[in-house]
Design a protein around this ligand. Structure first.
Ligand code: GLA
Length: 403
């Protein structure tokens, strides 16, 4: 090899190391769990640019934006073909105006646009994945004005997940546009152990299904009921925090469960600091669904800047108690009735300590005012709490110390 060539090679390799050593995720994003909407749960592959525009309109008009929802995310099936140079294009029939025009529209509403790809050769619905096109795709997304990338794990044939997701993280960073990076490998490779500096959130389970506790003979990845997803989070709270969240999957509020179930589902996702990505048809939702999704008191628990995921402190049969420390020595406390019978419960306000956040609740020393975040009733911790909790529902309180 001649000397000049060797020199160039050394410089190039050096450049590669420097680039990778400097690459990181966009650190300013996802400081609280991301909020938005995603097309998959309700529409699967039946998507087009009109749906996305109308959804953005609805998000603004119906108070969702005002309540904190920000991202309008296109999931699988937006893809057309790659061209001769390998650049991906949207499906021309579904997105005739192109993604850039759509991003402009969504941005003009004060919202952000998200897109979906996959670390393998094809996406879960069989469209072109980003394998070997990571840098090219990240550049394309940036040029379109994309703000969020959900990155799936189908057709990955023996790829190392940490490597594959890190390549895309670096590609996004290199493309230069802050895009929130949402890891979606269903918790199969324990992303909570390696993805803190790779993505802003990682899915912890297979796909959600709008059912409280349906039992399927064998739990397909795509049939995770609400309680099953909840139960899988127990060991994971230590891994979540500002900028890196356990993602319990997109919401099913408004997709067929009862009002109590929808409320409980939303409350639990809020308590556990999951991203709140609505997954229903925002254009045609009922007032009840809208009021659940826009409950600002519940959302405030999820968006609390302390970013400490809730802890389960008690379970007996169908009854559970979860607590979540908040900023300013406030707390959220949630009583869950998993079962089909109403429960009457008397709560004596026993003291507790959370080792993870090193915070304590001592009701002898401090009195708290509580607010029921759904019924909006109030009380204080000097009086025993006697509550009736309907089947498949929660009582969710915010506690503020009285000074
Ligand atoms: C996987 C993901 C889902 C959705 C579909 C799209 O199943 O987990 O959230 O993105 O792929 O095909």
């Amino acid at each position: 090899m001649n000397k000049k060539l060797l020199f160039l090679l050394v410089v190039c390799i050096g450049e590669l190391f420097v680039t990778n050593a400097q690459a990181q995720k966009f650190d300013e994003l996802g400081k609280t769990p991301q909020m938005g909407w995603n097309s998959w749960n309700k529409f699967a592959c039946n998507i087009n640019e009109q749906l996305i525009r109308e959804t953005a309109d609805a998000m603004v008009k119906l108070g969702m934006k005002d309540a904190g929802y920000e991202y309008v995310n296109i999931d699988d099936c937006w893809h057309g073909e790659r061209d001769a140079l390998g650049f991906i294009h949207p499906n021309k029939k579904r997105f005739p105006s192109g993604i850039k025009a759509l991003a402009d529209y969504v941005h003009a509403q004060g919202l952000k646009l998200g897109i979906y790809s996959d670390a393998g050769e094809t996406t879960c619905a069989g469209h072109p994945g980003s394998l070997n096109h990571e840098y090219q795709d990240a550049l394309t997304y940036a040029s379109w004005g994309i703000d969020y990338v959900k990155y799936d794990w189908c057709d990955t044939k023996g790829l190392n997940p940490q490597v594959a997701y890190t390549i895309m993280r670096d590609a996004i960073k290199k493309a230069g546009r802050p895009m929130l990076f949402s890891i979606c490998e269903w918790g199969e490779n324990e992303p909570w152990k390696w993805a803190k500096d790779v993505g802003h959130s990682w899915r912890t389970t297979g796909d959600i299904y709008p059912c409280w506790n349906c039992e399927f003979r064998n739990y397909a990845l795509s049939k995770q009921n609400i309680l099953r997803i909840l139960d899988e989070q127990i060991e994971l709270r230590q891994y979540a925090g500002p900028g890196h969240w356990n993602d319990m999957d997109m919401l099913e509020v408004g997709n067929g469960m009862s009002i109590n179930e929808d409320r409980a589902h939303f409350s639990l996702w809020a308590m556990l600091d999951s991203p709140l990505i609505s997954g229903n048809d925002l254009r045609n939702m009922s007032e009840t669904t809208r009021s659940i999704l826009t409950n600002k008191d519940v959302i405030a628990i999820n968006q609390d800047k302390l970013g400490v995921q809730a802890l389960k402190i008690f379970r007996e049969k169908d009854f559970e108690i979860w607590v979540k420390p908040l900023e300013k020595n406030e707390w959220a406390i949630l009583f869950l009735n998993r079962g089909g019978q109403s429960l009457t419960y008397t709560y004596l306000w026993l003291p507790l300590h959370d080792n993870l956040s090193n915070r304590s609740l001592d009701f002898d020393k401090t009195t708290y005012l509580w607010t029921d975040l759904w019924a909006k009733t109030t009380g204080n911790t000097r009086q025993i709490l006697k509550a009736e909790i309907a089947p498949h529902s929660v009582l969710m309180l915010r506690l503020k110390p009285i000074h």
